[in-house]
Design a protein around this ligand. Sequence first.
Ligand code: ADP
Ligand code: ADP
Length: 225
Amino acid sequence: MLEIKGLGHTYADGHRAVDGIDLEVDRGELVSLVGPSGCGKSTLLRCVAGLVRPTEGAVVVNGEPVSDVPADLAVVFQDYTRSLFPWLTVRDNVALPLRRRGLGRAERREAACAALDEVGLGSAARKYPWQLSGGMQQRAAIARALAYRPSFLLMDEPFGSVDAQTKEDLEDLILSVRAGTGMTILLVTHDIDESVYVGDRVVVLTGSPGRVHSDLRVELPSPRD
Ligand code: ADP
Ligand code: ADP
């Protein structure tokens, strides 16, 4: 269980990004965060990731503040150019975090290749990131996050650089991995269709500083059914 309690954040330059955010996310839930540019979606995600320490309130995981919790999360950012290590092959990029899972070298490579196959990058496993298109690098970053099988998966506009068909395939892949593992997912997107298709809930932030405007449970059948 993830609890965001009275979360507010003012950046060092005095810019107030979010204010009074309260949100509870159950284990295995996928919550889409939507709202206009600048309403604090990324800031909220970074607070949950522990990358930004909020100036007020707290993010609590299973009763412990996030700064005290051993990280069992993966983050996928929009900016794929800073996601992958350029000196490692795509396979080794995906395999690297699996050391923390205590897997041996052969097992890490096997899991990495399986995840790359899932995102349609099996044939690029031995290439270096700079040999791949932007969309392929982003798919590799998603493969790395999924291979790690984290308890929490945080994604900030992850499909910005992939084509429409790949985006649909990746959305379905994320849903099927979630179904198999029960990972809890927060997805920041500006795409309302996407937010409704993948989300169990759609949380709308608005304003500056951003606040929760609405928190909608998605009860509709999937639009692709
Ligand atoms: P969103 O993801 O919804 O576009 P952000 O969380 O990126 O919103 O930004 C919320 C507000 O905080 C924006 O006005 C943005 O300019 C500002 N902001 C984001 N990062 C920083 C930062 N590191 N320092 C100062 N202001 C920031
Ligand atoms: P987003 O795509 O989430 O809206 P932006 O394009 O607004 O993000 O910001 C890109 C990067 O610049 C982020 O790392 C953000 O933290 C930083 N940033 C945004 N606004 C500001 C700001 N006013 N001052 C400092 N850094 C900022």
